[in-house]
Design a protein around this ligand. Structure first.
Ligand code: ACO
Length: 402
């Protein structure tokens, strides 16, 4: 077998792999993807089976701890999530400092780091014995912070989590309840949002997870590493695509286009136009998560009696694109972000919160990847090389001579 340590001492040869398209940056046991066949498995279990049988919290446990929880483990972990769901009361002052125009992703990344400061006993280097407690704090509190960020952006008072609610129920409660009236939880809505969290829970070395591992490799703490993940996720080419998809669909509708004119712009790369929610670095086939989400989208909207014109445009775009040589040649298919926004719109989640929902869902993956880096006792700090293209030698010129 290859001994990686042998390679560490050899220097002088650098492989150039733009954007790391073919670079295996780590060894991992968490998530398997076969992009050619459109396969995704968490700890070996197909995503379709998890979507059918598991809750988000059980899938989170599987991803973080490597196995599905027994009933005792599930109860203990759920108990920890409930126990640690409140954030420190003084964190309200931090929320107050943000302007109401602040994007909730900016608030979320700052507040995850701030939450760590309020937990000094946990905001330390990796500690195997206390890791379950650390993980439960982060997973539970990110949901509270996300809901508070939304309420802040609307100038609304924050709503405390309640012990009687499960993970996803509590999030909806903190988002939509009023101080004197609880939000009416619809099991179909809870189930759909829980599924969205589960489908986003991990996806191997994507931009944000690779960022978390990069930061973790410097032995930064879990909260700092996760906060960096939020920043990386924010961009429209990554997690921000779910927001960009809805904005694109709205624009197409406002132009009274059925998608034909827009796809023409995309194919001619007019001002860099892209069909958002399509294409993937790894999947060269239909993203299995998109298939599950599309089905759930139809099911939820019909249960809620909603007819969303954006869904009709999205379906038309998909049908046209999948039969168009531009998309066929480049093997571009819908990804997880193509239909998820339509479900979130139906639930009443505002567009600027879509990527925040993704971040809550992705937290188990970031936590598991952080743990993998921290537990690999002999792992070295991540440090890619570059192909230098600047001048080989220049000399300093004093200011008065320039
Ligand atoms: N619309 C139109 N053309 C596209 C799209 C798209 N969505 N995606 C890729 N292409 C084209 C590229 O322009 C390129 O064309 P060319 O051969 O003429 O130069 C070709 O397909 C290959 O694409 P790359 O840019 O090399 O693909 P890469 O792997 O670098 O990018 C990415 C993947 C970022 C996801 C890209 O497909 C994209 O921008 N998609 C839209 C944004 C999006 O949906 N992001 C979410 C991804 S999933 C996630 O992060 C959860």
């Amino acid at each position: 077998a290859l001994d990686i340590r042998d390679l560490r001492t050899k220097t002088g040869c650098i492989t150039y792999d733009e954007s790391y398209g073919n670079t295996g940056s780590c060894q991992s046991r968490i998530t398997f993807i076969d992009g050619e066949k459109g396969i995704l498995r968490y700890r070996g279990i197909p995503i379709e089976e998890l979507a059918e049988g598991s809750t988000f919290v059980q899938a989170a446990y599987l991803i973080i701890f490597g196995k599905l929880p027994t009933e005792t483990e599930r109860l203990r972990f759920s108990g920890l999530l409930t126990k640690y769901q409140m954030i420190h009361e003084d964190m309200k002052f931090h929320f107050e400092g943000f302007p109401s125009s602040a994007h909730p992703m900016a608030i979320l990344s700052a507040m995850i780091n701030a939450a760590g400061c309020f937990l000094p006993e946990l905001n330390t280097e990796y500690d195997a014995e206390r890791f379950e407690i650390q993980a439960a704090h982060l997973l539970s509190q990110v949901r509270t912070l996300a809901a508070y960020a939304f309420r802040k952006s609307r100038g609304l008072p924050s709503i405390y989590p309640k012990k009687k609610y499960m993970f996803t129920e509590n999030f909806l409660h903190m988002m939509f309840s009023e101080p004197d009236e609880d939000y009416e939880l619809d099991p179909a809505v809870v189930d759909a949002l829980d599924l969205i969290f589960l489908l986003h829970a991990d996806h191997e070395q994507n931009c944000s997870t690779a960022t978390v591992r990069m930061v973790a490799s410097s032995k930064a703490n879990l909260f700092a590493s996760a906060s960096a993940g939020v920043c990386a996720l924010w961009g429209p080419l990554h997690g921000g695509a779910n927001q960009a998809v809805i904005e694109m669909l709205k624009e197409i509708r406002a132009d009274k286009d059925d998608g034909t004119l827009f796809l023409d712009k995309v194919k001619h790369k007019n001002h860099g136009a892209k069909l958002m929610g399509f294409g993937h670095r790894v999947y060269k086939n239909y993203d299995p998560r998109a298939r599950i989400i599309k089905r759930k989208c139809d099911e939820l909207l019909s249960k809620m009696g909603i007819s969303d014109p954006l869904l009709d445009i999205a379906k038309k775009l998909e049908e046209t694109a999948l039969n168009d040589p531009y998309f066929i040649e480049r093997r571009l298919y819908p990804n997880v972000d193509f239909y998820s926004g339509i479900i979130m719109r139906a639930i009443g989640i505002p567009t600027e919160m879509f990527t925040v929902i993704f971040a809550i869902g992705r937290m188990p993956g970031w936590i598991a990847n952080y743990r993998e880096v921290a537990e690999a006792g002999d792992s070295r700090i991540y440090r890619p090389r570059q192909i230098y293209q600047g001048p080989s030698l220049n000399h300093y010129v004093p200011l008065f001579e320039r």
